[in-house]
Structures are given as structure tokens and as C-alpha cells.
Design a binder for this molecule. Structure first.
Ligand SMILES: [Ca+2]
Length: 470
């Protein structure tokens, strides 16, 4: 089944590509941007199917409008370095920004941030809440930033362990949490009818600890119905000592086993995710009412994942799947296909260049990630798939995946590989080609059921609908 993700990604990107032309040429105006950062949101989102207990109708609504990347990974599984890398375009091994305690401004120069590109292009750039760690920012990179004065991010008097190691102690209202005010502030900007295009960055603090939200969200998840995540008692037994240290089984996990609050903590997180989902719904409703739904790009990302006892580990700060993977949604009107799903692996370093490209802005030279947008030449030139793939590689595509069905086309592809122009090919006729090209081509077989999809690609049509829900 290795081929399936390849086709899905390629098909999703074809979907992106096919309409890029529409967006760039027929929209006739510069797109607005709604940039949503969510703190500590893992994959417990309805349509992702990772935890069937979760209730996220608004995140699912957002996903249905565009493309969900199901295998998107942060640069570092911790708030400060993850956000520093995503927002600066600089990878942590080049900045040395790896830890929460090593503040990002020690490593990232002023003027390199994603918002600065949009500010420089004439956008009204408005920021609110947690985009960078601790709601920090370089003022020179923003037109305006919401003041935190008078707001409490987590509710007045709420202890960090409420809803986690301790039961919820406060009766909170929606508006007692800072995210409510952050969303209000962003809604106000969404509703303005400015001459300038708008870049609105909305940084939500939840579902970060404390997992303390109004009790009505807890009531959505009765404690007796809560199931534990996939878990193995012996999961640390095959780890080297460094892996066991990373898991820290003597930390949170030991406490939860002793207190018996494992399911209660999961209930709290589900409730806090539901609160966050409500706020995201408010943003989407406001965008729809603003009249700018069809010219606003939306990108939503979580800064890293979260463990709930998998591998005896809790929180982030680990290199396993649950800590490093986080949600990534793109909605680009006229570009992404509604309900698109991309299972190809990407990292959050793709966000900076992709957003620049979708907005028609040049990607600054310091940016190290690659855009996931495929340019419309695939469609508009009517060229062969092999030519299109070579073009994309020339343009710095994340990875080139070509699906070759015909022996003659495969021969052309081999020639391109030998010239160093293609990196990865998926081919149908595995045996002779494996012999012919050796290690230069990653060979996968194509099941007959994908024949229609491949034909569609060759006819320069989007195939993403063929894999809806796949
Ligand atoms: Ca975080």
C-alpha cells in the first residue's frame, strides 16, 4: 500500500495546482489570509478518526472546505522552537532554537518572520494571542497586535493542574478565557472592509494546560464513556535507556496510575478541544458573514501533538508520533478542493513558503522549507506527467512523485532520472524497471483499481475526488 499515499498527495496537489491558475488570474485581487495557530492540539479531531470520542464539528467543517494534511509534523515538539521555526522559515539545526527555555528571540533576527513578508507587501497585518511562544513578537513585523491587558489566558485563579492532576475547581464561562477575547478581536478585523488586504493571525491558547473550561464542555464527554488511547504495558521494554528517559515513566504517568485520573485527564482534554472548536467555529462564521469567504486563504496548524500515556509518556517533548504530529489544514478558495485529504508526509516548514506562494508573494531567500503548491503548468501546458514532474522538481517541489503507466513514458522517466531530474517515481511494471533503474527509482506496484486515477492524471484532471474518504 505504499503507492496509495503517493497518489493521494499527488492528486491532492494536482487539485491545488489545477486551480492555482484560477486563483492567481481570475480572482483579480490579493487574497486575505486567516492564519490560525492552536496550542497543543493533537490529532483528536473528528474527521481524522484518531480518537472517536472527540467532538470537533467546526474543525471538521473547516477540513471539508479544503485539504487536510494527515501526516504533518512540527520542527520540534515544544511550543517555543516549533513556532520559531514555522514563523521564521529557519530550521532548528540552523538556529539552535530547540527548547522552551531558550527564547526564540535569542536565535531569530527581527525582520525574517512570515508576517513581515505580508507587511512588506502592503497587507494590514494583525496578530492576537499565541503565535510565537508567550504571545511574544517583534512589533516591527506587525501592523498591530492585540493587547493582553485585562485578559486572563486560562481564567482568573485557575491552577495549571486543574483538569489534569487535579479536578476542575472553577465554574468558568466561555468569556473567562483569553481565547474568547482573542477571537472577538480577530472577528472585528474580519468584519472590516479595508482597502488593504488583511493578514489576521489568531493564536489560540487552548487546548494547552490547564484543561479548565466551562463545565458544559465536560458534560459532552461523560467520564464513564471515556476510553484510554492505544497502550501497551510493555511498550518501553524494547527501548534503549535514552528512549526510556524521554518517556519519563516515573513522571506524569506514574502519578496518573497512582491517582486513577487517567480517564479524567482525557475527558478534560476532550472538553478543552471542544471549547477550542467552538472558538474556531466563531471565526469561520465571522469570515462567512464578512463577504470575504471566497478571497481568504485559511491555514490552521497545531504547534505539536500530545501524549496521553502512550509509551508511558504525557505531554509533548518526545520524538514519537503522538508528540510530533499535529493538525494542518489549508483552504485556498479556487485552489484547494473541498474535502481534500493529503496523506503524504510534510512538515510545518512548508507553511511559510506555501502561504507566500498562494498569495503571490516571493519567498524570502532565508526560508528553508518548500511550498506544497504545484504550479498550474501541469494543467495548462498539457505536457506529459513526466515533463510536469521534472518541472516541479526544478521549482523546488517537496518531492516528485510520478505515476507512470505506459512503458514508453516509463522509458522517458528513466532517462530523466539518469540526468538527475527526477527523485522518485512510482511505476506499474515493477520487474523490468527495477532491473533497469536500480536504486534510482523507488518502485511500487500499482493496483488495477488505480488505473482510472492515473488515466485522469494523464488527462490533466484532478483526481482527488476519487479518493474522498480513502
Ligand atoms: Ca504548544
Amino acid at each position: 500500500m505504499r503507492l496509495l499515499p503517493g497518489i493521494l498527495f499527488f492528486s491532492a496537489m494536482i487539485g491545488v495546482a489545477e486551480a492555482a491558475d484560477t486563483q492567481a488570474t481570475s480572482a483579480g485581487s490579493t487574497p486575505n489570509v486567516l492564519f490560525i495557530a492552536v496550542d497543543d492540539l493533537n490529532h483528536w479531531i473528528g474527521h481524522l478518526g484518531r480518537n472517536p470520542q472527540t467532538k470537533t464539528p467546526n474543525l471538521d467543517r473547516l477540513a471539508a472546505r479544503g485539504v487536510t494534511f494527515t501526516s504533518a509534523y512540527c520542527a520540534v515538539p515544544a511550543c517555543n522552537p516549533s513556532r520559531a521555526a514555522l514563523m521564521s522559515g529557519l530550521r532548528p539545526w540552523n538556529t539552535a532554537c530547540y527548547a522552551n527555555g531558550d527564547f526564540w528571540t535569542n536565535h531569530i533576527e527581527e525582520g525574517l518572520g512570515l508576517s513581515a513578508v505580508f507587511l512588506g507587501a502592503g497587507y494590514h497585518v494583525a496578530g492576537a494571542g499565541k503565535i510565537y511562544h508567550s504571545d511574544s513578537y517583534y512589533p516591527s513585523e506587525w501592523t498591530e497586535y492585540m493587547s493582553k491587558e485585562g485578559f486572563s489566558a486560562h481564567g482568573q485563579g485557575v491552577d495549571k493542574n486543574e483538569g489534569f492532576h487535579q479536578p476542575l475547581a472553577h465554574d468558568l464561562k466561555d468569556e473567562d478565557l483569553g481565547d474568547w477575547q482573542t477571537v472577538n478581536w480577530c472577528i472585528e478585523r474580519l468584519q472590516r472592509q479595508d482597502e488593504k488586504p488583511c493578514f489576521i493571525a489568531c493564536g489560540l491558547h487552548k487546548p494547552h494546560l490547564p484543561f479548565a473550561v466551562p463545565r458544559k464542555y465536560y458534560d459532552m464527554f461523560p467520564l464513564e464513556t471515556i476510553a484510554l488511547p492505544p497502550y501497551r504495558e510493555d511498550d518501553l521494554e524494547d527501548l534503549p535507556p535514552a528512549g526510556v528517559r524521554m518517556a519519563k515513566p516515573e513522571g506524569d504517568h506514574a502519578k496518573f496510575l497512582k491517582s486513577g485520573r487517567w480517564t479524567a485527564a482525557i475527558q478534560s482534554y476532550l472538553a478543552t478541544v471542544a471549547y477550542t472548536d467552538m472558538n474556531i467555529g466563531r471565526l469561520l462564521d465571522a469570515l462567512d458573514k464578512s463577504g470575504h469567504r471566497d478571497d481568504t486563504i485559511i491555514v490552521l496548524w497545531g504547534d505539536h501533538g500530545w501524549h496521553f500515556g502512550e509509551k508511558h509518556h504525557w505531554r509533548k517533548f518526545a520524538l514519537w508520533e503522538e508528540a510530533t504530529r499535529a493538525p494542518l489544514f489549508w483552504v485556498a478558495p479556487g485552489v484547494t478542493e473541498p474535502g481534500g485529504v493529503c496523506r503524504r508526509t510534510v512538515d510545518f516548514m512548508t507553511i511559510y513558503p506555501t502561504l507566500c506562494e498562494l498569495a503571490g508573494l516571493p519567498v524570502p531567500k532565508h526560508v528553508e522549507g518548500k511550498s506544497v503548491v504545484i504550479i498550474d503548468d501541469i494543467v495548462s501546458t498539457g505536457g506529459s506527467l513526466v515533463e510536469a514532474a521534472a518541472l516541479l522538481l526544478d521549482r523546488g517541489a517537496v518531492e516528485v512523485v510520478a505515476v507512470i503507466t505506459h512503458p514508453i513514458l516509463a522509458g522517458e522517466a528513466v532517462a530523466k532520472v539518469e540526468k538527475g531530474r527526477l527523485e522518485t517515481l512510482f511505476v506499474t511494471d515493477t520487474v523490468p524497471l527495477r532491473e533497469e533503474v536500480g536504486s534510482k527509482i523507488k518502485v511500487c506496484s500499482v493496483a488495477p483499481m488505480f488505473g482510472a486515477a492515473i488515466d485522469a492524471i494523464n488527462r490533466n484532471r484532478s483526481v482527488s475526488k476519487l479518493f474522498d474518504g480513502g
